[in-house]
Write a new protein. Sequence first.
Length: 61
Amino acid sequence: MQFKDDRLFTDPELIELRTKFHELGEVFPGWNWDEYNNFDDYKEKLRQKLKKLQEKVSADK
């Protein structure tokens, strides 16, 4: 079963998160059925991961 949801490419928050990951030089985590319960869970996990990455970058400065 393939996940076909245009929100992965059109959701404004995901577009912003993708940009921030790339600005930090990180690979944007793709959708994975095993890791996320639903679309909102995916976004929440991305927010958490981005926050940790930003904290790490700030601490390394």
